[in-house]
Design a binder for this molecule. Structure first.
Ligand code: GLY
Ligand code: MN
Ligand code: MN
Length: 442
């Protein structure tokens, strides 16, 4: 794996040429008082180093005479490590992480300027930590102050994202292996949850089944807060309380994925808790499933990303028109977004080291075309909240539709010849999600 991190750095260094790039590790985040969240490395930093500690800075200086990859890390400190975990330390970081030079992090201000002074620009993405931003800007300012006298200094500050994120978007064979594993674990978790869920049980019990499977199979944990939403809770897109007792004749929407070695999966399934759809639930489910299948059918190299959304919207609009939940001309409904009370989110996102992964969806007016190695989610839905807002010129929604919320989400890899649905192992056809024998209230 070290070789692959080194290759990524080489590729980025070739692009930054005479510049110097600075990447900072994620900070530790406080949950409450002096209790911290589990540490989660910054994805850019991890992609380039594979290093999993806080309070670190990676510098890439391809033009520097001696050191091209420099790391600043927390030094060994046995007393601190007793509390917060072992550190690689300055000595071992060089060999373990392949750095040309390693310094303790407290020497950053002293050592950094030598790697910046001859650079033509500094690649640094302004982050949320303003004091660190100020630190970098101050170094830059100090170098600029001597520009006139010396005749060299970095004269621009540039975001490395446009160089780095297209690299992150195309997954390597190693990355795909990890993504397939993340998908496989989430598939197992969903299938287990499907077996377990029934009227009378609580949403959190289903969540426990899912997250138990994640951990049991070696995932770090959920990729995002698991959504287990029964009945009208499914109309709340980010419902995460998961506290309700599930009832007969309701749907259960589960949106849950895991992080495995930092790579994420993201799956949604919706199914009838009693094993059989009501006619209204079935009618909506059929539309969402058709929208999802047609959208997935678009996924192949060369398709504009936006088409995956546009196709889903069209199927949803036509379906809602057929049911009388919308009325009028489909073109006008689409253009004026009159479907939005039912479908208010996008049809997917890139997936990778981040759940909502990096990468552009559009280049201004120019479409972003799908390429082999990209992974995206396809996740259309229809939500008929009991509080759905009436739209002028549109029919009022009869209460028999209220509380139906359906989303179906898969993770899809673009391949040279089309696509590969990584999460195909969780059933979604009507015949498969209507499981008999779950109608007894426990
Ligand atoms: N659960 C996050 C998403 O589907 O994007
Ligand atoms: Mn998603
Ligand atoms: Mn999701």
């Amino acid at each position: 794996m070290q070789t692959e991190y080194a290759q990524r750095r080489e590729k980025l260094m070739a692009a930054i040429a005479k510049g110097t790039a600075i990447f900072r590790s994620a900070p530790t985040a406080v949950m409450h008082n002096d209790v911290e969240y589990n540490f989660r490395q910054d994805s850019d930093f991890f992609y380039l180093t594979g290093f999993n500690e806080a309070e670190a800075v990676a510098v890439l200086a391809p033009h520097h005479e001696e050191h091209r990859f420099i790391l600043f890390v927390q030094p060994k400190d046995l007393e601190r490590e007793t509390w917060t975990g072992y550190r690689v330390g300055v000595e071992d970081a060089k060999e373990q992480l392949g750095a040309d030079m390693v310094y303790p992090i407290h020497e950053l201000d002293e050592k950094l300027p030598q790697y910046l002074e001859k650079a033509d620009r500094i690649y640094y993405r302004l982050g949320r930590d303003r004091s660190f931003n100020t630190k970098i800007l101050t170094h830059w300012q100090q170098l600029l102050a001597t520009y006139q006298r010396k005749g060299f200094a970095p004269t621009a500050l540039e975001d490395p994202a446009p160089l780095l994120h297209p690299m992150r978007q195309i997954k390597s064979a190693t990355e795909l292996k990890l993504m397939r594993k993340a998908a496989e674990i989430a598939v197992e978790a969903h299938n287990r949850a499907r077996e377990f869920a029934r009227p009378g049980r609580y949403e959190y019990e289903v969540q426990a089944e899912i997250e138990h499977t994640f951990r049991l199979q070696g995932a770090i944990g959920p990729a995002y807060p698991s959504i287990v939403a029964s009945g009208a809770n499914a109309c709340v897109l980010h419902y995460t309380e998961n506290t309700r007792q599930m009832q007969d004749n309701e749907l259960l929407l589960i949106d849950a994925g895991c992080a495995y070695a930092y790579y994420n999966s993201d799956i949604t399934r919706t199914f009838p808790l009693s094993g059989k759809f009501t006619p209204e639930q079935k009618a909506i489910y059929e539309i969402v499933l058709e929208a999802q299948l047609q959208s997935i059918a678009q996924v192949q190299p060369g398709t504009p990303y936006k088409q995956t959304h546009d196709v889903a919207v069209r199927v949803i609009v036509e379906g809602l028109l057929d049911l009388g939940l919308l009325q009028g001309d489909p073109e006008e409904i689409i253009k004026e977004e009159k479907y939005k009370p039912f479908y208010m989110h996008r049809t997917g996102h890139w997936l990778g080291l981040d759940v909502h992964d990096v990468g552009l969806y559009q280049h201004g007016e120019t479409p972003h075309n799908l390429e082999p190695g990209q992974v995206l989610t396809v996740e259309p839905g229809i939500y008929i909240s009991p509080y759905i807002k009436p739209v002028e010129g549109q029919p009022l929604v009869d209460s028999r539709w209220h509380g139906i919320g359906i989303r179906i989400e898969d993770d899809v890899l673009v391949t040279p010849s089309g696509c590969d649905v990584l999460t195909v192992g969780v059933p979604k056809s009507i015949a498969e999600v209507e499981i008999k024998g779950h109608s007894l209230t426990l």
